[in-house]
Unconditional design. Structure first.
Length: 253
């Protein structure tokens, strides 16, 4: 039965990971003053396709956001911040997500699962040139991820208690395309490694600035992790593509 528990809980261990927006109204590059943007809430409707392993047990991952993720959300908090001054950009993001699913093991008890993740990203970019109406901005930075999973049989003992944390460093590029004063497109691509063997990230975000102080955004994002750590009973591996639409709101000053 423990093998079945590990398969089920491994699936939930990787349901939600870090989701950086890079979705902002285009800054005024001619200003000598610092400009700030805060996106306190956004949603990534993520679907997952890949595989995972916890100890000696491996499991395929084919998860739908609506059916497998959204219905089990216990709490979620995400905030994205950027500071711009002329060609320089500094950005940071923090995410907290708690899932509280339950499942029934075949020929076994019902299992309550408590899964919490924290994640953060820190980075910098610098505009090096402009092609027509598009600013070109190389970026570098680091991502941190922490995942904690507990599974307990209802009215019984703890079955799984596992946590993982790692850092990845990345480099890439952002393209800011300015259609007019209200509409802009932010295209981002980066690759990285560190705790992960390899990770790549691509997003396209369309932003509409309805007021000088606020904008809404929507787009699509792909994030692919190849992570492997430990051996034997302590091994944890995750190799999967996460993709889906995202939406949010941002404030500017």
């Amino acid at each position: 039965m423990r093998a079945n528990i590990l398969v089920v809980t491994t699936i939930y261990l990787v349901v939600i990971t870090f989701a950086s927006t890079s979705a902002l109204a285009a800054p005024d590059r001619s200003s000598d003053e610092w400009q700030f943007t805060l996106a306190p809430l956004f949603l990534w409707g993520m679907n997952i396709d890949g595989s995972s392993q916890l100890g000696p047990i491996s499991a395929p991952l084919q998860l739908d956001f609506k059916d497998d993720v959204f219905e089990n959300l216990g709490a979620v908090f995400t905030v994205h911040f950027e500071a711009h001054k002329k060609d320089l950009a500094l950005f940071a993001e923090y995410q907290y997500v708690k899932l509280e699913p339950s499942t029934t093991i075949p020929n076994g008890p019902s299992v309550d699962i408590d899964f919490t993740i924290q994640a953060a990203e820190f980075g910098a970019g610098y505009r090096v040139t402009t092609w027509g109406n598009t600013d070109v901005e190389p970026i570098i930075g680091a991502r941190w991820a922490y995942q904690d999973l507990e599974a307990q049989a209802q009215g019984g003992p703890s079955l799984v208690d596992s946590n993982e944390s790692w850092w990845d460093f990345f480099g890439g590029i952002r393209l800011w395309t300015h259609f007019n004063e209200k509409w802009s497109l932010v295209s981002r691509g980066d690759i990285g490694a560190g705790g992960s063997n390899f990770v790549w990230n691509v997003s396209f975000i369309l932003d509409y600035q309805f007021k000088k102080w606020g904008s809404v955004f929507a787009g699509y994002r792909w994030l692919d992790y190849d992570y492997d750590n430990g051996s034997g009973q302590d091994r944890y591996a995750y190799d999967a593509l996460q993709q889906g639409p995202l939406v949010g709101i941002a404030f500017h000053w």
